[in-house]
Design a protein around this ligand. Structure first.
Ligand SMILES: [Zn+2]
Ligand SMILES: [Zn+2]
Length: 285
């Protein structure tokens, strides 16, 4: 589960039903036209478009105004034994990627979205603010470009995990006073944007990953004076995400801080508030 699930639980969006949108499973049934999927181990893209609108015609189902989203908007999610999804959303999981890693395909895809939006190259410096589950995935994905990546966080134990993953990581207050070409905001808090504006170079780029509910006041004039580019960033491509999990360039094992049964969902949500990645296994008793 991720921060979005915790926000939905707080009532930040008008969703009722089964949450959960990061999953791995085996296809047990399909219409005849898609029967080749039966028995395959898969992950799935979570947006389902109407298929008729301007966005869908351009293959951008993420912005279809009539879309449903698994476990987030108008469609039952993955905290269940079974889940239905159009075959077009499925991606087979390579044998080298075990179930525990495959569950990360969706958030790693969201991290890969940044590479579609911003040119990140070896001569760039990047700061990722946020040492949570998404921040540590984003930092690993950006490292694969050869760019210099530093993580700014608030929790010493999460920063230790970041360092064990080979990342340069600092408590935000103790970080070197450098400004960066690109700053990725993944704090999960509205104030993160103000910190990003302090850390970005003039004419630099801020990528916003926090889908935070509630108000946040931000010092927008700084973005004007420094001519900063602000880029919102949400769902991303699964194929490169699975490739990064397969090659081991993105490591997920240190991020898993708990496994729970569906019956223990309350304990799982509690653990997810303070921990990193918490997983639900419908097969656990
Ligand atoms: Zn998520
Ligand atoms: Zn549509």
């Amino acid at each position: 589960m991720c921060g979005t699930d915790l926000q939905l639980l707080r009532g930040s969006a008008p969703f009722t039903g089964i949450p959960g949108h990061e999953f791995v499973g085996t296809v047990i049934d399909a219409p005849r036209a898609d029967s080749r999927w039966i028995g395959r181990r898969v992950v799935g893209e979570i947006n389902i478009g109407c298929g008729r609108c301007e966005w869908c015609r351009n293959r951008i189902k993420e912005h279809c105004p009539n879309r449903t989203v698994v476990g987030i908007r108008g469609r039952p999610g993955a905290f269940a034994e079974r889940l239905a999804l159009p075959a077009a959303n499925l991606h087979e999981v390579p044998a080298e990627v075990d179930d525990e890693a495959a569950v990360f395909a969706e958030p790693v895809a969201a991290a890969c979205r940044i590479l579609e939006q911003v040119e990140v190259s070896a001569d760039r410096t990047v700061a990722v603010i946020g040492d949570g589950r998404l921040g540590l995935l984003i930092a690993q994905v950006l490292m694969t470009t050869g760019a210099t990546v530093v993580v700014h966080g608030r929790h010493e134990w999460k920063l230790r995990i970041a360092r064990a993953l080979g990342l340069e990581a600092y408590a935000d207050a103790a970080a070197p006073a450098a400004r960066h070409d690109i700053v990725v905001e993944a704090t999960g808090r509205g104030e993160g944007l103000n910190r990003a504006l302090e850390l970005v170079k003039p004419r630099g780029t801020i990528v916003l990953k926090t889908t935070c509910d509630g108000d946040s006041s931000w010092t927008g004039w700084k973005a004007v004076v420094d001519e900063v580019r602000l880029i919102g960033s949400r769902c991303g491509p699964f194929a490169p995400a699975l490739a990064l999990l397969q090659s081991g360039a993105v490591k997920t094992k240190p991020l898993v801080t708990g496994w729970f049964s569906l019956a223990d969902h309350q304990a799982a949500f509690d653990a997810a508030r303070s921990g990193l990645k918490v997983l639900l296994d419908p097969h656990l008793e």
